[in-house]
Design a protein around this ligand. Structure first.
Ligand code: GLV
Length: 309
């Protein structure tokens, strides 16, 4: 019983150990050393080179190594007919919640301004409103967005979420559907993007959307790089309409050394680390899905390739 494993982080041996705790006879073959491709029945991957999965004649299921699946569905030859799952995991949600809370607080409490003042030796106070007066908006209310919204609500922020359908989360105002998007944006001072990347959401963080946010708003993108139109962000920051941006994801990763984001004074960059699947937590879920695949049962956290999440 063989599983193809492909990641861009060097943790393959750890994944193998964790998976073997649950399924001792699972052979974990690390891309590109997969031996005889006809022996591969399962694939656990992050960003496979296009066309490679389609070559595996006996593949029975594909498991995304992350919450997102855009990196796999971008492959025109992706085997869309196979059972397909993604990661929804309390620790993945917990880490994303930490990231979102950290950076919402940074914007709320003017951290970028104080960093700049420190560089120049400037002592100048800026007063933040009460958290209850600070309006945070989460674009995308799946597992990650909902977790962040709950935590921000507990900290006292005025939190709303926007999603395709209505969400019932205590203390979090739900805006849904295209009709309610402008009203959601008009009230949002700190916008957090945690949408899945689909043809509908690509380029959603653009000039028109920024214009609908109140002046001085900040954005945090921990969704995907292609959600954001890079030039439109720079324009909105330079004109002073937006006050700052925190970006964890980029169209090209690693972000090229000459990209203007690196040196922009109002942009804070992290290298796609907001939340990462941890073998100690996620291997159990993958093992369960391998067993379900073998038994012909529906997968946990199954993905609909048509919807893209
Ligand atoms: C990371 O970006 C993920 O999709 O989990």
């Amino acid at each position: 019983m063989a599983l193809l494993f492909k990641s861009n982080i060097d943790r393959a041996d750890w994944w193998r150990r964790e998976l073997n705790k649950y399924i001792p006879d699972l052979e974990v073959r690390i891309w590109p050393d997969i031996g005889n491709p006809d022996e591969i029945e399962f694939a656990l991957c992050w960003k496979m080179p296009h066309g490679e999965l389609a070559k595996l004649k006996n593949l029975r299921a594909v498991y995304s190594l992350g919450a997102g699946v855009d990196h796999l569905l971008a492959d025109p030859d992706f085997p869309r007919h196979l059972p397909f799952s993604r990661v929804i995991d309390p620790n993945l949600t917990g880490r994303m919640t930490e990231y979102v809370v950290q950076h919402v607080l940074n914007h709320h409490r003017f951290c970028q301004t104080y960093d700049a003042q420190q560089r120049d030796g400037v002592w100048k106070e800026h007063f933040a409103p009460f958290a209850s007066e600070r309006k945070v908006g989460i674009l995308g209310m799946g597992a990650l967005g909902s977790g962040s919204a709950r935590a921000l609500h507990l900290l006292g922020f005025d939190v709303a979420g926007w999603s395709k359908s209505r969400k019932n989360i205590e203390g979090v105002e739900s805006f849904f559907g295209d009709d309610q998007r402008d009203a959601f944006l008009a009230r949002t001072e700190i916008l957090v993007c945690l949408l899945p990347l689909t043809p509908e959401t690509e380029n959603i963080l653009n000039r028109d959307l920024f214009a609908k946010l109140p002046k001085g708003a900040a954005i945090i993108n921990a969704g995907r790089g292609p959600h954001l139109v890079d030039e439109d962000l720079i324009e909105a920051l330079d004109s002073g309409h937006l006050s700052g941006a925190t970006l964890d994801v980029f169209r090209i990763e690693p972000l090229p050394a000459d990209h203007p984001f690196w040196r922009h004074p109002k942009i804070r960059i992290t290298p796609h680390v907001a939340s990462i699947s941890d073998p100690a937590s996620v291997a159990k879920l993958v093992a369960e899905n391998i067993i379900r695949t073998k038994n012909g049962e529906p997968l946990l956290n199954a993905v609909d390739p048509e919807k893209g999440y």
